[in-house]
Design a protein around this ligand. Sequence first.
Ligand code: GLU
Length: 284
Amino acid sequence: MAAEITRFAPSPTGLLHAGHAMSARFAFEAADVASGGRFLLRIEDIDRSRCRPAFEAAIYEDLAWLGLRWETPVRRQSEHFAQYQAALADLEKRRLLYPCFCTRADLQREIAGAASAPHLPLTGSEGAIYPGTCRALSAVEGAQKKRDGIPYALRLRMDDALKAAGSLTWTDAVRGPQAATPDIFGDIVLGRKDIPASYHLACTLDDALQGVTLVTRGEDLFAATHIHRLLQALFDLPTPRYAHHSLITDAAGKKFSKRDNAVTLRALREGGATPADIMALAAK
Ligand code: GLU
C-alpha cells in the first residue's frame, strides 16, 4: 500500500457510531502512517446551529479509544470562514455566483408547481434541483433586495461554471474512472443563507489546502465528488484520488444514523465492547 495523506472529516452534530468507526479506520489504514503517510482529522463544524462542543470532545475521545492517532493541530472549519468567504468573493467577481432570495416555502411551491418536476438525482443535503427563479434577477433588483435585508444564499451558475471548467474526470479507487457530471445538481448553493460557506465549498478547499492525496468517505457521498471536481477546476486546485467505501448497516440492513443512540461508540463502549470488537465490526 502506498503512503497517502488521508483525512477523516466528521461533523460534531451527534455521537460517532460504528459507521464512523469504519470510515475513520478506512482512512487511517489507507494513510499507512508506518510508511510515511499522514492521517488527518478535520472537524466540519460550519453549521454552528447543529454542532456542539460536547460532540467534538466525544470525537477525540472515541477515536483515541479506538486506537487511532491523528496529526495535530486539527483543522476546525469554523475557524476559517474568512478563507471560504474569499473563495466565494473570487467566484462572484467572475460572475459565477448569484444571490438567491428564495425561502424553503418558495422552493417547495415552485417545484410542486413545475409541469415536469425534476426528480431528485441527489444526495440528501441538496434536495431538488433549483428551478432557477433568482438566476434572472438583474443586478439592480438583487442589490435592492439585499438593501431590504432579505436573506440570501449564493448559488453557482452551473452552465457558466461548466463552460469555464471544460470536461472533467476523476478516479474512484473502487468504481474506476469517472466523468464528472455536476450539472445533475443544477445551480447549487455554495454560500448558505445562515453560513458564509457550504459543505461542498469548505470540504473541497480544505482537502486541497491540507494536501490530501486520497479522499476516503462513504459511498453516500459519491455524487458529491462531481461537484468537488468542478470546484477544483474553478479554483485551479489539484484533484486527489477518491475511494468511496460501502456503508455498514444494522441487522435490518439500514444505514447507521446519528439519531440511533444504541449504536453510538459510547453506548457500545458502555455496554462492554472493546476497541477490537468495534474494529472487527468496522472491518466487515
Ligand atoms: N463532514 C461529512 C460528514 O460528516 C463528511 C465529509 C467528507 O468526508 O467529505 O458526513
